[in-house]
Ligand binder design. Structure first.
Ligand SMILES: [Zn+2]
Length: 496
């Protein structure tokens, strides 16, 4: 069927509809997770904007893109809308089941979503193993049939978008997956020794077993480090954020487009999040402080997103404000999040003993996460090109197990996949952040985060939204593209 490229007029209409679609989705997300609305109704929003998610729409945008990175982003949005709409019912059903399923472990009934945190808070290893077995059984029986259906439907539907498979679709959408995979393989190699040594020390200190004895049910426990919680009190979170922003020349309370939602509500998500309902006009930063390392990290991460969106220029087209390379916004989020691991910042903001020990532990945990994401990307590239995804289960165990030296459960081979290769955005954001921070340190000194000039530069860069991708932005500032090995360098600097 011959199709035509979208005209300039159609493109403008498409931009306007995309902007409204995203605003509706973000508003619904905000209302539900802020505890202001019980239901989470995506179907009416998709129905209202059904024009945007037709495959012929994607095709006309593909034809119009013709080398334009911005229009290519509109094309990606149309593709993802089409695929997302096809699997929306499965996604809703999965969320319902995750909320409803329970397991009885050692006589105690525990909700599916609480099984991981129960394991993290459980000092007894054999009980952690039983919690893991319960989660595995529920996933296999109830959730994996839905995950499988969604994966197969997605793979079948990529043909409607003109691509032979999902990986090829994303290559066409400008994702440099093969180059990134090569960099991830190199990083896994170059950090193997230092990971084995550092992870072994951390497992011994926190879980009481070495890396060679550690099991997958010890990992959540490793990350739950209650010993550090007193150093990260609940009532200091907001003052620390306000003080940090003030040092950079930003008055959080005076930002009329930033809505700080700190009210306590019973149904509110305990985890901080940012909902950029209008960019830059109405950006919600939602928190319900509980304190502890994880909560601080989450708040600063979301504050990084918030300031990025709130400073984005209103004059940009929707593809440059709301779409584009998510490694950029994730990079700004990571820059703020990693302040909470930085000895100079900790000394300035908190009264904390042994900051260097904390930084080493944090870098070890981060290295584990980075290696996990490297392996995930390698796996997802294979998964999304596989003719039969059910054959991929052993490959998941092999790739993730090699990276972490801890065997994962094969049951997660379907669910441990980020839609739209979002893993590649995280990986590149960590490199972008490591390189950006090196630049800021060289330019403004070790306490760059307390310098007005650094704040001015950040505000200027944030105003670009995601018009430039992470490579272009970094090249403009520091003269270099994003390189994964920069993440390894940064971690080595702390661990050595
Ligand atoms: Zn984020």
């Amino acid at each position: 069927m011959p199709e035509d490229a979208a005209t300039a007029q159609e493109l403008d209409a498409y931009r306007e509809q995309t902007d409204r679609f995203l605003a509706d989705l973000d508003e619904e997300y905000y209302l539900h997770y802020a505890g202001l609305k019980k239901t989470y109704e995506l179907a009416p929003i998709y129905d209202r904007h059904s024009e945007l998610t037709k495959p012929e729409r994607a095709r006309s945008l593909e034809l119009a893109a013709d080398g334009s990175a911005g229009i290519r982003e509109l094309w990606r949005f149309a593709c993802e809308g089409y695929l997302g709409n096809l699997t929306r019912e499965q996604a809703e059903r999965i969320a319902e089941l995750q909320a409803a399923l329970t397991a009885t472990v050692d006589g105690r009934e525990i909700g599916y979503r609480m099984l991981r945190s129960a394991s993290a808070n459980e000092p007894d290893r054999s009980r952690r193993e039983r919690l893991d077995a319960a989660r595995t059984a529920l996933t296999e029986e109830h959730l994996n049939p839905l995950h499988l259906g969604a994966a197969q439907a997605t793979h079948r539907a990529t043909a409607d978008l003109g691509a032979p498979n999902y990986v090829e679709l994303y290559r066409r959408l400008g994702f440099g997956l093969d180059d990134l995979a090569g960099q991830c393989t190199a990083l896994l190699d170059s950090t193997e020794r230092i990971y084995e040594e550092a992870a072994d020390r951390l497992f011994r200190a926190r879980v009481g077993v070495g890396l060679d004895e550690a099991e997958r049910w010890d990992v959540a426990r490793l990350f739950r480090a209650p010993a550090w919680d007193p150093a990260f009190p609940k009532d200091m979170m907001l003052p620390a954020l306000e003080g940090t922003l003030a040092d950079l020349g930003i008055d959080l309370r005076a930002q009329s487009n930033v809505h700080l939602d700190i009210e306590e509500r019973p149904q509110k998500s305990p985890r901080a999040f940012c909902a950029p309902i209008e960019v830059p006009g109405r950006v919600m930063l939602v928190i319900q402080p509980i304190g502890g390392v994880d909560d601080w990290r989450a708040l600063f991460h979301e504050a990084g997103h918030t300031e990025h969106f709130a400073h984005t220029s209103a004059d940009l087209a929707v593809e440059d404000k709301r779409l584009g390379d998510n490694a950029v916004t994730e990079g700004w989020a990571a820059l703020f999040q990693h302040l909470t691991d930085e000895p100079a910042w900790l000394n300035r903001r908190l009264d904390m003993p042994r900051v260097d020990d904390f930084a080493i532990e944090a870098a070890t945990g981060f290295l584990l996460g980075v290696r996990r994401y490297c392996a995930k990307l390698l796996y997802e590239i294979e998964f999304h090109a596989a003719p039969d995804v059910t054959a991929m289960r052993p490959r998941y165990v092999e790739l993730l197990g090699d990276a972490l030296k801890i065997e994962p459960s094969g049951v997660d081979y379907l669910a441990d996949i980020d839609d739209g290769f979002y893993a590649s955005s995280y990986l590149r954001s960590w490199a972008f952040e490591a390189q950006m921070r090196s630049f800021l340190r060289e330019e403004f000194g070790n306490t760059w985060f307390a310098r007005r000039e650094a704040g001015s530069l950040l505000r200027e860069l944030w105003s670009e939204g995601q018009r430039l991708n992470a490579d272009e932005l970094l090249r403009e500032v520091a003269g270099t593209p994003v390189e994964m090995e920069a993440v390894a360098d940064r971690i080595r600097e702390i661990l050595r």
